[in-house]
Design a protein around this ligand. Structure first.
Ligand code: APR
Length: 309
């Protein structure tokens, strides 16, 4: 049995940090790809040189081409421009569309059996684009958003209650935009429903901060967007796939009737294992939650229409 291979396209903030998590967790050998000359090579060599200190055993290589990515098990796609203050994720669509189309063609030509994990924004739309352009089955083209959005919600809840983040379980569905659908009814602290621990208005404020969580970081950084939590979230997906963990995690996947939605990539809970998104879990939603899902789906559909494909 050979080692697993994780390729990461885009050696910027998200991609390089994802490489760091992947190598440290020894998920497999890591290949970093970027168009900038020297950047993926330099970051990969630097990371590999950290391995004797940190004691992880993973080969890390960087390249401006794709030959080193051949036969990858998982490919993370983070190439593209990030947001700056005042921009919405949708403002990135035109630029990132061209980048994703070229990258997906290069990746799939060399790794037709890989699972693709999209990170580039606007996330749901780029996942849809990658699915349509790659020709891969729907269970092998996923988008990372729900884990990140849920992680932000969990972090805010833990801070508010002054409890460990480890004890919080939650679920956020929907598109990766300000209309995402946090589900306080499906949120617990060590099994205790959140709705018993915090008043409705307080939960509402945490939900609101979560919806705008990406923008909060953009406004602080000013020159780019979040990367620690996004890369950690993408690597959690990669780990579930590479280790065939059958984890239940919210991911962006193609829907064909689930939740009453069709021909859309949208955040829903899925079972993640070696085959990718092995099944989609349908949770019961009340009328209010259903209408939030419908609203979020409407804005994702609008964005997908902008692709004109
Ligand atoms: N092929 C390979 N790499 C590319 C290409 C391409 N065609 N076009 C751009 N890149 C690279 C850039 O050279 C850069 O190194 O993608 C990298 C993006 O890195 P950053 O600018 O640091 O952006 P980052 O913060 O990593 O965000 C990347 O993820 O979270 C999303 O919204 C975010 O869409 C953005 C993406």
């Amino acid at each position: 049995m050979g080692r697993k291979k994780v390729s990461i396209v885009g050696a910027g903030f998200v991609g390089a940090t994802a490489a760091h998590w992947a190598a440290e967790k020894e998920l497999g050998d890591v290949v970093l790809v970027d168009i900038l000359e020297g950047i993926p090579q330099g970051k990969a060599l630097d990371l590999f040189e950290a391995s004797p200190v940190e004691g992880f055993d993973a080969k890390v290589v960087g390249s401006n081409g794709y030959d080193e990515t051949r036969d990858s098990d998982v490919v993370l796609i983070t190439s593209g421009v990030p947001r700056k203050p005042g921009m919405s994720r949708e403002d990135l669509l035109e630029t990132n569309k061209k980048i994703i189309e070229s990258v997906v063609a290069e990746v799939v030509a060399r790794s037709p059996k890989a699972v693709l994990i999209m990170v580039t924004n606007p996330l749901d739309t780029m996942t849809y684009l990658a699915l349509k352009r790659s020709g891969l089955p729907k269970e092998r083209v996923l988008g990372m958003a729900g884990i990140l959005d849920t992680a932000r919600f969990k972090a805010f809840i833990a801070t508010e209650l002054n409890v460990s983040v480890e004890d919080i379980q939650s679920l956020i569905m929907g598109g990766h935009g300000d209309e995402m659908v946090p589900l306080p009814r499906y949120t617990t602290v060590s099994g205790i429903p959140l709705v018993q621990l915090l008043p409705k208005e307080k939960i509402g404020r945490l939900v609101d901060r979560t919806r705008k969580g990406g923008g909060e970081i953009v406004n602080l950084l000013k020159t780019g967007s979040a990367f620690y939590a996004p890369s950690a979230s993408a690597i959690q997906m990669a780990e579930a796939i590479l280790k065939d963990k059958k984890r239940i995690l919210p991911c962006c996947v193609y829907l064909e009737g689930e939740y009453g939605l069709r021909d859309i990539c949208f955040g829903v809970p899925v079972k993640l294992g070696a085959k990718g998104a092995e099944s989609i879990i349908q949770v019961d939603l009340n009328e209010e939650e259903k209408s939030l899902v419908a609203k979020s789906a409407e804005s994702v559909k609008k964005s997908i229409a902008e692709l004109k494909i």
